[in-house]
Design a protein around this ligand. Structure first.
Ligand code: XMP
Length: 515
């Protein structure tokens, strides 16, 4: 496997992403954790030094251990990782001045020195576009290194010690703005001897072994939300430890049509996983009664969720672990630069604070994975595609799709309208093209005419967006026929709605949810 030493760059996780796309197994570890003993134990086949925000000129700035260079394995240093490597091996780094700092697009050209690292680069003598983001820069390369590529702002843009197989680049090959960057990673892992045979099947076996080693014969509780992440985590853990796992499914009464039944049937009947279905809708809806402020709603739901989960979990005797479907993007490992080996980890928001409160240790078998990798793992575990491909659904559920006061009447109308909209999308074969689609019921009644009568019913808004990660989003360009047909169906099939609108706001400035 490959070790990525994290020096705190914002884009370190993208390096892992590029490597997994090459079917190479890698692990990211913060630099503080990477000691000589750690390296001995892990015995990586190659190492990547990430970028980072610090300056190697600063006394006490982050370093890899000397042992990293002594292992005899290929190393690739990126940005800060290049500077650290050069300084450690006898080169020089100069502090950033305005004239030499570089942020943004730059072009690297070949110097003519050949290297396996450059296969597919500079092929027709052209320059390659790269993304630079550095204050300091290397001013003198270390003995044994040669320059393979150069840019106006970074004379040592690509450097290599071919004998020792140490490579270092000033730019970030992992970001999209370096369009051919994946090729550099591919070349690096090939010359390190990786064949690209790592698969989700292998991950599953490794994860199961790790869970068994961590848990032993003790008991684990898993909070199941019905979403893909917690479901995949639950099925994986069940495969590892069987009935030592109990799932708790908190039903806050804010789920979509048939959702609770589907979750219970799938886990209890299909997978035979011990499952507590905590139907607490009266409690949640009671506390939410009369509340219309969005933040207050979220706080109430978050607080009750923890209370309810804790109540049911306490009834499970001898549980020592809490399982969570935390994904890599949920994990912010902020590397502390003020000294000290502390690593702050942000836990999954839905059960934040629970493990400490309950004195439970965490089992997080998906911590290293991205969303699409979790889906691939779910497929390996036999979860149905219709389930795995489901759109994200927020923890607070329909509460944040019901602006204003939440009533059982409005929720019932919302559920029916939402089901029609999703059915329309599936019928037209659009479900997988859309990141997320739902209906919001608006806190306003409007006048309509149906048959010979006047109606005075709720208006609703359809929302459908495309997105890569939920951080930005565009509204989905449905045809007018589709929209017209959907509006007709909702008004005909859902009593209580007489007006349908389509929300065409992008994010930003809008958010995906209405609250
Ligand atoms: P927004 O509305 O902020 O949503 O554009 C971005 C993505 O996050 C989901 N979302 C949540 N998910 N708990 C969750 O688990 C929450 O409190 C929450 N709020 C928003 C939203 O559905 C979208 O996918």
């Amino acid at each position: 496997r490959l070790l990525i030493i994290d020096f705190g760059s914002q884009v370190t996780q993208l390096i892992a992403r590029r490597l997994r796309e090459l079917n190479v197994y890698c692990e990211i570890h913060p630099y503080q954790r990477v000691t000589d003993a750690f390296l001995q134990e892990m015995a990586p086949r190659a190492i990547i030094f990430s970028g980072g925000p610090d300056s190697v000129m600063r006394e006490g700035s982050p370093r890899p251990p000397q042992a990293a260079y002594d292992l005899g394995v290929p190393i690739l240093g990126i940005c800060y990782g290049q500077q650290v490597m050069m300084q450690d091996l006898g080169g020089r780094v100069e502090a950033g001045e305005h004239a030499t700092a570089e942020f943004g697009r730059a072009y690297v050209t070949a110097t003519g020195v050949e290297s396996d690292l450059l296969t597919g680069w500079f092929d027709d003598g052209t320059r390659e576009q790269v993304w630079m983001s550095h204050g300091d820069h290397v001013s003198e390369i270390a003995p044994g290194f040669e320059v393979l590529g150069t840019s106006p702002g970074a004379p040592f843009a690509i450097t290599a010690d071919r004998a020792r197989r140490f490579y270092a680049v000033q730019f970030h090959p992992e970001v999209h703005h370096t369009p051919n960057g994946a090729r550099l990673y591919e070349n690096f892992v090939r010359l390190a001897g990786f064949t690209g045979d790592w698969t989700m099947g292998a991950y599953r076996e490794e994860a199961i072994a790790k869970i068994r080693a961590q848990v032993g014969d003790r008991r684990v509780i898993c909070g199941l939300s019905g979403g893909v992440d917690s479901s995949v985590a639950a099925v994986l853990i069940h495969e590892a430890i069987g009935d030592q796992l109990t799932c708790v499914f908190v039903d806050h009464g804010l789920l979509r049509q048939n959702e609770a039944e589907e979750v219970v049937t799938m886990f209890r009947d299909h997978y035979n996983i011990p499952l507590i279905h905590a139907d607490e809708s009266d409690l949640f809806l009671g506390e939410l009664y009369g509340v219309s402020d969005p933040e207050t709603k979220r706080k109430i739901i978050g607080r009750l969720f923890i209370d309810v989960f804790q109540k049911h979990a306490n009834a499970i005797e001898g549980a020592e672990f809490l399982a969570q479907g935390t994904l890599y993007p949920d994990v912010i490992e902020s590397v502390s630069f003020s000294g000290g080996p502390s690593v702050t980890i942000k836990s999954h928001h839905n059960v934040g604070g629970l493990p400490e409160k309950m004195g439970l240790r965490l089992v997080e078998p998906l911590r290293e994975l991205f969303k699409d990798e979790v889906r691939a793992l779910g497929r390996k575990l036999g979860l149905p595609q219709s389930f795995i491909g489901r759109h994200p659904f927020p923890g607070p559920g329909l509460a944040i799709r019901c602006p204003g006061e939440i009533t059982r009447e409005k929720l019932a109308i919302l559920r029916r309208a939402d089901a029609v909209f999703i059915d329309q999308i599936r019928r037209h074969g659009l479900y997988d093209e859309i990141w997320q689609a739902f209906v919001a019921i608006l806190p306003v009644r409007t006048v309509g005419v149906m048959g010979d009568g006047r109606t005075y019913d709720f208006a609703c808004a359809l929302r459908a967006v495309t997105s890569v990660d939920g951080m930005t989003a565009d509204y989905y360009p449905f045809s007018h026929d589709f929209l017209g047909e959907t509006a007709t169906r909702i008004i005909n099939e859902v009593k209580g709605i007489n007006r349908v609108t389509y929300d065409i706001t992008s994010k930003p400035p809008g958010t995906i949810e209405w609250e």
